[in-house]
Design a binder for this molecule. Structure first.
Ligand code: TD4
Ligand code: CA
Ligand code: ZN
Length: 307
């Protein structure tokens, strides 16, 4: 049975470890996540973006998640809406069987973000569903943040304290310098850990790291060696992920690493045998590579062995 996000993240918050929140867009990704959780004995959050919901249909997203949760009944798992853009989107997810939602209104002014988040919290909590909100902005690679600009883009700890107290939100995603995708940093990786610690101290709730893919060297290499192009790519190093967990991060959003690991194997099979067209011959090694990346991440974040 799917459990609420709170059930998984309150424990992680108290015991000081990070739980991977892995995105899926098909059965193969979902299966790889569960196989990894089973192997590493780790709780999981499985999440779908609005794009994934559009691609699969919301009934398929929830249906597959429920079947897998039942098949792996010993694994604590929450189904989370990633980057919900409106009250209606969150409401639809909740009514369809999601057990956790994110309302992402961080591009709105503080007061509007607070108002919209509070509205989602009221509805979600009446149904036993947990809510994540975001403060600050994820930085893109083009943004060369100067010291002055930093306070305008990254989370403000005073605001975080007020936001959490007033909205009663369950989890908060603080912008501390990550961005989505494969191109996270222009120069050396840099995150604002001091700001993170301040936000944790002021809010004392589970915090969420978006844009947390690491692009480990062997994953990059698996893609490059099949003729793939990842020029300029840079992820969040494992040591930074661990520092972030120490600083109070408990939910670690990971998608790009899974996509790259999976597609590298699809490319490899296509290169190795141009006559191959049995889908299973592509997807079996792809799932296997993804499973490996995920179970390794569970050990890095400290969620391995927690069930
Ligand atoms: O929230 N996420 C996942 C974003 C998924 C986007 O899905 P669509 O393409 O359907 O919009 C993350 O924070 C993942 O960060 P990562 O570092 O893995 O890119
Ligand atoms: Ca946002
Ligand atoms: Zn995200």
């Amino acid at each position: 049975m799917l459990v609420s996000g709170n059930e998984i993240l309150q424990k992680a918050h108290k015991e000081g470890y990070g739980v991977g929140a892995f995105n899926f867009v098909n059965f193969e990704m979902l299966h790889a996540i569960f196989m990894a959780a089973d192997e590493a004995k780790s709780p999981i959050i499985i999440q779908a973006s609005e794009g994934a919901i559009k691609y699969l249909g919301i009934d398929m997203v929830v249906g597959m998640a429920q079947v897998m949760a039942k098949r792996y009944a010993h694994i604590p798992v929450a189904l989370h809406l990633d980057h919900g853009t409106s009250f209606e989107s969150c409401q639809r997810a909740i009514d369809s069987g999601f057990t956790s939602v994110m309302i992402d209104a961080s591009h709105h002014p503080f007061a509007e973000n607070l108002e919209l988040t509070s509205k989602v919290v009221a509805y979600a909590h009446s149904k036993g569903v947990s809510v994540e909100a975001e403060l600050g902005r994820l930085m893109g690679i083009e943004d060369n943040i100067s010291v002055d600009e930093k306070d305008a883009v990254l989370i403000n700890p005073d605001e975080a304290e007020e936001f959490v107290a007033k909205s009663k939100v369950d989890f908060l995603a603080p912008a501390i310098g990550t961005s989505h995708g494969a191109f996270k940093f222009k120069g050396e990786p840099k995150l604002d850990f001091a700001r993170l610690q301040e936000v944790k101290a002021r809010t004392n709730i589970p915090l969420v790291l978006h844009g947390a893919s690491a692009i480990p060297e062997y994953v990059r290499e698996s893609f490059l060696s099949t003729g793939g192009d990842l020029k300029g790519s840079k992820g969040v190093p494992f040591a930074f992920l661990q520092e972030a967990v120490k600083g109070g991060i408990n939910k670690v959003n990971t998608d790009t690493d899974l996509r790259i690991a999976f597609m590298a194997q699809v490319r490899k099979v296509a290169n190795d045998d141009p006559t191959q067209f049995d889908l299973r011959k592509f997807f079996t090694p792809a799932m296997e590579a993804m499973r490996h990346v995920i179970s390794e991440r569970m050990r890095v974040l400290g969620s391995a062995g927690k069930i």
